[in-house]
Design a protein around this ligand. Structure first.
Ligand code: CP3
Length: 333
């Protein structure tokens, strides 16, 4: 069995298997070349030959134990009918933003475009066919809460917009979360059926919520996804910034593993629950002995648990390739 699937089945592997969040991306010259060739990020995502190549590049270069599907969490709002643009300067944009609109009406009137996801599922198929047997293909999607924050604000980071919408119109917001949850479960099921051997749910904006909000908008929809697809393949949950709510998240969602951000500690998690993480992306950017110390500390922290080595968040695009090589070397000796 490939090492990552061993760990997800709650067995420890020594040294732990490794992959990195955002391992395909602009820190790789071969990725920049591919993106240029495709004409843009979304074109790259939607051209299966090229997206499959982008997925495989980091595995080839560094020998990671997993390939993660080359796509983005924002393709789900795109399939729900919002327009999506990835500018080269600012972050991604969804338009029109849903904030200020009547959510029940906006959702009712939105043109569903599920066919927009078909090329991405085709990428999954191609990657699995090309990937060596000892490497795992990971599918993914955004957590419904995080996806909702983008759909409301039209851009990232404005969590207050979503919190306000949820407070002012709990019924409409709940309809939005349910729509996202259903499409996400279906999309993940399609990825699994076509070759993804495990999936990760990225809830990047799960921090800074009240206790009640975290329960309602993070835990509950995640549990619903796990109930729908969790028997098909293991689910890794990544509630970034969950802090002291991490143990409740793990227990109540039923995820098979949790991905930890660089500030997270495993206190309160069951001893045999697989964990992933949590090297500080800034230590990877710094490199040198600071990186060695960080890798050693993370390995020591999770020595007694089933553990997949990863970052606490995505790789910074300024990260030198030599630093990634050094991390892998430090791990495998
Ligand atoms: O990890 C991987 O290598 C697989 C592909 C992947 C991408 N995005 C490709 C991407 C994954 C798993 C994601 C997840 C994602 N996307 C998240 C959750 C994880 C996190 O980082 O918190 C979020 C919030 C997004 C939304 C998103 N997409 C943002 C905020 C940005 C802009 C910031 C940036 O890094 O440019 C993107 C663009 C994006 N997604 C790029 C890549 C490789 C860069 C696009 C480019 O080539 O210009």
């Amino acid at each position: 069995m490939p090492p990552i699937l061993e760990v997800l089945a709650r067995r420890r592997v020594d040294p732990p298997p490794v992959w990195l969040m955002r391992q395909a991306g602009r820190y790789l010259p071969e990725y920049r070349e591919l993106r240029e060739r495709a004409g843009g990020f979304l074109d790259l995502v939607c051209t299966p030959d090229l997206a499959a190549e982008a997925t495989l590049q980091p595995v080839r270069r560094f020998g990671f134990d997993a390939a993660i599907l080359f796509s983005d969490i924002l393709v789900v709002p795109w399939a729900l009918g919002q327009e999506l643009a990835f500018g080269s300067e600012e972050g991604p944009r969804l338009s029109p933003p849903l904030a200020g609109q009547s959510l029940p009406l906006a959702l009712f009137a939105m043109a569903n475009r599920p066919e927009r996801l078909k090329p991405i599922v085709e990428t999954v198929r191609q990657v699995r066919a090309a990937l060596p047997e000892d490497k795992v293909l990971l599918g993914f999607a955004g957590g419904p809460w995080t996806v909702a924050t983008y759909m409301l604000a039209g851009e990232g980071g404005r969590v207050e917009e979503a919190r306000l919408a949820a407070l002012k119109d709990p019924f409409g917001f709940r309809m939005l979360i349910e729509r996202i949850t259903n499409v996400t479960a279906g999309f993940l099921a399609a990825q699994i059926v076509h070759g993804a051997q495990a999936v990760q749910i990225f809830d990047s904006w799960a921090g800074q919520l009240s206790v009640a909000e975290f329960e309602r908008w993070v835990i509950r929809p995640t549990r619903q996804i796990v109930e729908t697809i969790g028997h098909l393949a293991p689910v890794i949950g990544f509630p970034r910034g969950a802090g002291s709510r991490l143990a409740a998240y793990a227990r109540e969602t039923g995820v098979h593993a949790v991905a930890l951000d660089e500030g997270a500690v495993p206190d309160g998690l069951p001893d045999d629950l697989p964990v992933q993480g949590n090297v500080d992306p800034l230590a990877l950017l710094a490199g040198g002995e600071a990186l060695d110390r960080e890798v050693d500390a993370v390995l020591a922290r999770f020595r007694d648990r089933p553990h997949i080595l990863n970052l606490g968040h995505g790789i910074d695009k300024a990260t030198p390739i030599a630093h990634v090589e050094r991390l892998v070397q430090r791990l495998r000796g």
